[in-house]
Ligand binder design. Structure first.
Ligand code: EPZ
Length: 435
C-alpha cells in the first residue's frame, strides 16, 4: 500500500486548481442508468471512487467511454444485470445510488447492504422507506436489498408511482436516490426534509437536462413530476467544495499565500465564515477564485458544530481540527452527523496534538508544535487531516494507507508539491526478493 512522506515547515504559495466534485460525480454517473441514451459528464475527478462507480456501471452492462481523463460518456442501453454485488458495495457505500435508478427504469434491483465503515454504521433505511413510499416492494435477503416496482394497472411495465416522502433525517444520497427513482415514476413525488447540498442541485440539473421535471433542488422540499423516459444529456460536474476547503486550510496551516482557482466560494460559505472568525484572510478574487493568506501569529481558536448544508460540512471537520491545533486558545469541535468521526484524533495526538473528546465534542488545545512521525490513515477526510498536520509539523511524517485519500482527492501530492510542499508518494515496494 502506498505511503506519503511529508517534510513539514514549508510555506505554500502559488495557484491550485480544483477538480470536479466526487460527491456530485457519483450520483451523476449513477443517473446514466436511467436512460438508454448517452449521458456525457465533464469534469469528473480522477479518483478511486469514480473508478469504482465506473466498474459498477460496466458490471451492470453499461458502456463507459473516457475520450478524455475527466470526461465520461455513459450509455446504459444494454443493462442485463440488476445487481450491485457485495464486493463492490463494501468498498464504496455510494454504490447504493444504483438502487433508485435500477428500480425506476427496470422495475427491479438487488443491491448489497453497504455495511458500516470507519465513520459509522451508515444505514440505508431512509432510502428503503422512501422507495416503499413510491410503491416499491422491498425485502432484505442475506445482506441484500431486493426491490421491485409494483405491477402497472394497465399491464404496462412495473413502475414506481409518485408519492410524498418525509425524510426523518436529512440524507444526501437518500435524497439523490429518491430524486432519481421519482424521475421515472407515474405521477408526482414530493420529497420533504430533503438534503440541500450543492451536489443534490447538480444532480437535479443533470436529470432535468435528461428530460426530468424536478423543482426545488437545493431546498428542503423537492417536487418531481415523473416522465415516461429520460434521454441523452451533457453536463459539467461542479467543483469539489471539500477539496476547496482542504486547500484553503493547507494555505492557512502553513502560513502561506494560495490562489485557489476553478472553485465556487458560495459552496464553502459556512467554512469560510469560521475560518475568517479564526483570523484566516480569505479574499474572493472573482466568482471562481479565492486568495487565502494567514499569519499564524494571529490564528485564534474558533468553535464549530457540523451541520447539514448550508451549515459547516462534516467532511471538513477533521481538516478544521488540524488547523485548530495551531491556533491560540482551545477550540470545541462538535460532530452531529456521524457517530464516529474523530478517527483522526489518536493519530494527531501521536504527532503532539492535545485533543480530548467528550461524546461528540472534541476539545482542541491550540498552539501545539506538531512533530512528524509515522501515522495511519483511516478514512478519507481523516487522511486529509493527517496530510495537513504533516505540512505543519516539524520533521518528517509518513502517512500509511493513502488509498483512503486516493478515494476522493485527485493527485493531491502533485497539487501540493506544485505550491511548495515537500511531499512524495512512496509506492508500495515490490515484494523483497526471496533471501
Ligand atoms: C454523503 O454521504 C457524502 N457521500 C458523505 O461524504 C458526507 O459525509 C455525507 O453525505 C454527509 O454530508 C456522498 O455524497 C457520496 P447521509 P451519505 O445519508 O449520503 C444517517 C466523503 O467524505 N442515515 O447524508 O451516505 C447517517 O448514518 C463522504 O466524501 C440514516 O440513518 O450520508 C448519518 O448519520 C463521507 N439512514 C446521517 O444520516 C439512512 O438511510 C447523514 O448521512 C441514511 C443516512
Amino acid at each position: 500500500m502506498d505511503r506519503f512522506r511529508i517534510t513539514g515547515g514549508q510555506t505554500l504559495a502559488g495557484t491550485i486548481r480544483i477538480s470536479g466534485a466526487k460527491n456530485s460525480a457519483l450520483p451523476c454517473m449513477a443517473a446514466g442508468i436511467l436512460s438508454s441514451e448517452t449521458v456525457t459528464l465533464h469534469n469528473v475527478p480522477y479518483v478511486r471512487d469514480c473508478l469504482t462507480m465506473r466498474r459498477l456501471l460496466e458490471d451492470l452492462g453499461a458502456t463507459v467511454l473516457t475520450p478524455e481523463l475527466h470526461t465520461h460518456k455513459i450509455t446504459a442501453a444494454n443493462i442485463e444485470v440488476y445487481e450491485a454485488p457485495y464486493d463492490l458495495v463494501k468498498t464504496m457505500r455510494a454504490s447504493v445510488l444504483a438502487l433508485g435508478p435500477l428500480v425506476a427504469r427496470f422495475g427491479k434491483a438487488k443491491v448489497s447492504l453497504p455495511g458500516g465503515c470507519a465513520i459509522g454504521t451508515r444505514p440505508v433505511d431512509l432510502h428503503l422507506r422512501g422507495l416503499e413510499r413510491l410503491g416499491a416492494h422491498v425485502t432484505l435477503e442475506a445482506g441484500y436489498v431486493i426491490a421491485r416496482a409494483p405491477e402497472s394497472p394497465d399491464g404496462a411495465r412495473p413502475r414506481l408511482r409518485g408519492g410524498t416522502v418525509d425524510f426523518e433525517k436529512i440524507t444526501v444520497t437518500g435524497t439523490e436516490n429518491l430524486m432519481m427513482a421519482a424521475s421515472l415514476a407515474r405521477g408526482q413525488t414530493i420529497l420533504n426534509n430533503a438534503a440541500c447540498e450543492p451536489e443534490v442541485e447538480d444532480l437535479a440539473a443533470l436529470l432535468n437536462r435528461m428530460g426530468a421535471r424536478i423543482r426545488g433542488a437545493g431546498t428542503p422540499q423537492i417536487t418531481i413530476d415523473g416522465v415516461e423516459s429520460l434521454g441523452a444529456a451533457e453536463h459539467t460536474i461542479i467543483p469539489d467544495r471539500i477539496e476547496t476547503g482542504t486547500f484553503i486550510i493547507a494555505a492557512a496551516i502553513t502560513g502561506g499565500d494560495l490562489e485557489i482557482k476553478d472553485c465556487i466560494p458560495a459552496h464553502s460559505a459556512a467554512l469560510i465564515e469560521r475560518l475568517r472568525c479564526a483570523g484566516v484572510d480569505i479574499e474572493e478574487v472573482n466568482p471562481s477564485t479565492l486568495r487565502v493568506r494567514c499569519d499564524l501569529a494571529n490564528l485564534k481558536a474558533c468553535d464549530v458544530t457540523t451541520k447539514e448544508h448550508p451549515g459547516f460540512p462534516t467532511d471538513m471537520q477533521a481538516q478544521f481540527m488540524a488547523l485548530m491545533t495551531q491556533a491560540h486558545g482551545t477550540s470545541n469541535i462538535t460532530e452531529t452527523i456521524f457517530e464516529n468521526r474523530f478517527m483522526q484524533v489518536a493519530e494527531m495526538m501521536r504527532m503532539g496534538a492535545n485533543i480530548t473528546t467528550h461524546g461528540n465534542t472534541a476539545h482542541v488545545e491550540g498552539a501545539r508544535q506538531l512533530m512528524g512521525t509515522r501515522v495511519q490513515a483511516s478514512d478519507l477526510r481523516a487522511s486529509a487531516c493527517l496530510v495537513l498536520a504533516g505540512l505543519a509539523a516539524t520533521g518528517e511524517t509518513i502517512i500509511e494507507r493513502v488509498y483512503h485519500i486516493d478515494r476522493g482527492y485527485e493527485k493531491i501530492e502533485s497539487k501540493l508539491r506544485h505550491v511548495g510542499a515537500h511531499i512524495e508518494r512512496l509506492r508500495e515496494s515490490v515484494t523483497a526478493p526471496l533471501a
